[in-house]
Write a protein that binds this ligand. Structure first.
Ligand SMILES: *Cc1c(COP(=O)(O)O)cnc(C)c1O
Length: 421
């Protein structure tokens, strides 16, 4: 499928008059449309709720938009909990799915009355000292082994640090029952960025069967199954996108076949998608500032891996469009680079693109999730702004760009300056 930018060159030329490149741009209209489709896909389940994975895009304005569409927050740390609270998202609108959890994180999650999803059985004792037992709590399951989908190994849960074994899960439920927990959730995340409509249904089937067994073994009331994240997006133009309606339907079928006959048809389905919710609806807008002709042809941008780490970190593909040259022949081959002193700071290697001129605006696709959020300050590079393209076509600054003052804010120079004058 052809990947099309959600802005034109003319729009970007207008936007950069107010917000200089680089910045991440988000498409509010598409975000809302997609959110509604997700809800529609699971509308057969009255208790369905998506808890957006805050780590994917921890930007308050976007969390608010998603909250307006009925989504909660999946938090994994103290500051994510704080952000959620600041956005007015508290109580059972927060799922706290963390691991190696510090006590202050548990305490805040407890104070906010969020749904706590325990990663490990030893956390129960640890939590006992810092938080309150709630009516509704959850445990994360790790079935081990390989996760196989249609004869293909999708991921290897046995190598993943997350979740409890099947035995521990039953033990944990019994302990929690004694502590007064009344409604139980089961959570698992078995594969990441799955561009396969079968992932959620296959995961659901595993969790549904586990729920039926656990209900029999422990007698607890299981109130929700959390399918977590992992639903992917087609970063590459030749990939077939997931069909969320087919995914919802696949989960419904498993629900009808496994849970309903066991008398567990009142279970709510929860999800914690990040990538699928925002990934395609954000882009990194950057400008070509240099050309270099050495052993290869290089195009140097005013953005770098500090703004988008996925290509450097995972060799991930992000599609690139040269704005205004959407239909031009891709008859050049470039390495598209940022300015970090790291040779992995390349947005693309040997990529066929139209001729890029200095001053051209470059649109890097699919940065709406795990884009800005993975940013860092290596080489003293500053984090960029985030801009929202609103439904009426106007723009709103939803995070300003960092300044050197922000970068230096964690130092105290007073002593230095007074002694060295
Ligand atoms: C990262 C993560 C998510 C979101 O994953 P996506 O791939 O963005 O959908 C959800 N839940 C947990 C616990 C996670 O760690």
């Amino acid at each position: 499928m052809e990947k099309k930018p959600f802005v034109t060159l003319e729009q970007v030329q207008e936007i950069v008059k107010t917000y200089p490149t680089p910045f991440h741009l988000y498409d509010e209209k598409a975000i809302r449309e997609n959110a509604r489709k997700v809800k529609q896909a699971f509308a057969w389940n009255p208790g369905f709720k998506e808890y957006f994975a805050v780590k994917a895009t921890p930007t308050p304005r976007l969390l608010q938009i998603l909250h307006e569409e009925g989504f909660g927050c999946d938090c994994s740390s103290y500051t994510e909990l704080m952000m959620s609270k600041a956005c007015g998202i508290t109580g059972h609108d927060i799922m706290f799915s963390s691991n190696v959890t510090p006590d202050q994180d548990f305490k805040l999650a407890s104070d906010l009355d969020s749904i706590i999803n325990f990663d490990d059985i030893t956390h129960l004792d640890y939590y006992d000292k810092v938080g309150e037992w709630k009516d509704t709590m959850s445990c994360r399951y790790n079935p081990g082994g390989d996760f196989v989908l249609e004869n293909e190994i999708m991921d290897t849960p046995q190598e993943a640090k997350y979740g409890m074994t099947r035995e521990q899960l039953a033990q944990a439920f019994n302990i929690m029952k004694e502590k007064g927990v009344k409604h139980f959730g089961i959570h698992a995340f078995l594969a990441s960025n799955t561009v396969a409509n079968e992932y959620y249904p296959a995961l659901a089937r595993i969790l549904f069967q586990t729920a039926v067994e656990l209900q029999k073994e422990t007698g607890v009331h299981i109130s929700f199954i959390n399918l977590s994240g992992g639903v992917g997006i087609p970063y590459k133009p030749w990939q077939e996108p997931n069909d969320i309606m087919a995914i919802g339907e696949g989960v419904r079928r498993a629900f009808e076949e496994v849970l309903v006959p066991a008398g567990l048809g009142d279970i709510s389905i929860y999800t914690e998608m990040g990538r699928y919710i925002l990934g395609p609806y954000g882009a990194l807008i950057t400008k070509c500032i240099h050309h270099k002709h050495t052993h290869k042809e290089y195009v140097g941008l005013d953005a770098c891996a500090a703004n988008l780490m996925r290509p450097a970190m995972y060799g991930a593909y992000h599609h690139i469009t040269v704005l205004g040259k959407e239909d031009a022949l891709r008859d050049r081959t470039y390495d598209v680079t940022g300015g970090l002193c790291e040779n992995n700071d390349k947005f693309a290697i040997d990529r066929n693109l139209p001729r890029i001129d200095i001053g051209d605006y470059i649109y890097i696709h699919d940065t709406g999730a795990h884009g800005f959020s993975m940013g860092y300050n290596y080489n003293g590079k500053l984090r960029s702004a985030e801009v929202l393209l609103k439904e009426d076509g106007s723009t709103e600054l939803i995070r300003r760009a960092e300044t050197p003052e922000d970068y230096f804010a964690t130092f105290d120079f007073t002593g230095l300056f007074s002694e060295n004058k």
